[in-house]
Design a protein around this ligand. Structure first.
Ligand code: SAH
Length: 267
């Protein structure tokens, strides 16, 4: 039936989101796949604990930090000839800054099946750590996941100043060493000096998480004082600090005067 009879015996590659760092924040499905894996290729220092905790004895576990993309895909392809389940373990969610498509294309070209298991992104974990909400009624109903330009150029129209003009929640990845660019962009978009900002270093990492709060005016200094210069999420949002606001617009979903599919208004 098939023109490639060997293909049926090849294993499948699973791109698994390991979550933000706490090994308990991997999904049940991700953990299950790891426990069945014959080989695991993990991305750097952030997710090694999940790999070593959940992978079975005898599983081939390899850190990808010294490998090129070509070497990684060659390794994954080679492992599928030996194992039914091969896991590529990535921080947070594999679809965010994870080179997912670059790795998947050669697999598809080689006739290897692959699938993605989503993960808890560090953006979610950072807001959770701080007890903050990404959205609030009549404050902002949108979230932008972005970064500032480093060696990877930003596509036209996506410079932070343009995005910040929307006054939504901004979760800024990969930019902690470029805080001066973040600040300049927010100022260019008219954010006031007292706009609240949040930086979370190693969100969810047991014993290592740092939550820094400040304003556009002082957040860089706060980071310097705390020695935070890597593995950090920057959040700028009009929702920050809402726990302590004097008044808040209520969410319609839980409003007693609001009828919806599951509940009739009581007033
Ligand atoms: N796919 C990942 C993002 C990878 S890009 C995700 O969904 O979270 C790497 C960037 O993610 C880092 O520069 C940092 O901005 C952020 N990051 C990853 N893990 C983090 C953590 N535990 N705490 C805070 N930021 C983190």
């Amino acid at each position: 039936m098939t023109s490639n009879p060997g293909a049926a015996s090849l294993g499948k590659v699973w791109f698994v989101g390991a979550g933000p760092g706490d090994p308990e924040l991997i999904t049940v499905k991700g953990q299950k796949l790891l426990s069945q894996a014959g080989a695991v290729l993990f991305a750097g220092s952030l997710v090694d604990r999940a790999a070593t905790l959940y992978a079975p004895a005898g599983c081939e576990i390899r850190d990808s930090k010294d490998m090129t993309l070509e070497e990684m895909t060659a390794w994954l392809i080679e492992q599928t000839s030996k194992h039914a389940t091969v896991v590529r373990l990535q921080t947070g969610d594999p679809g965010l800054y994870g080179a997912l498509i670059e790795m998947a294309r050669p697999l598809t070209a080689a006739g290897i099946e692959w699938a993605v298991v989503p993960g808890v992104s560090s953006a979610m974990a950072s807001m959770a750590a701080a007890g903050e909400s990404m959205t609030l009624p009549e404050v902002t109903q949108s979230v932008i996941f972005t970064r500032v330009e480093g060696r990877t150029p930003m596509p036209e129209g996506e410079d932070l100043a343009s995005l910040a003009a929307h006054r939504t929640t901004l979760c800024i990845f990969l930019s902690i060493t470029l805080m001066y660019k973040v600040e300049a962009a927010l100022r260019a978009a008219g954010w006031p000096e007292d706009a609240p900002m949040l930086v979370v270093h190693k969100a969810s990492w047991p014993g290592e998480e740092k939550i820094l709060r400040g304003t556009l005016a002082d957040i860089k200094q706060r980071c310097r004082e705390a020695g935070v210069a890597s593995q950090a999420m920057i959040v700028a949002s009009p929702t920050l600090g809402a726990l302590h606001w004097e008044s808040l617009v209520r969410s319609k979903l839980y409003d007693p005067t609001f009828t919806h599919r599951f509940r009739k208004a009581s007033a």
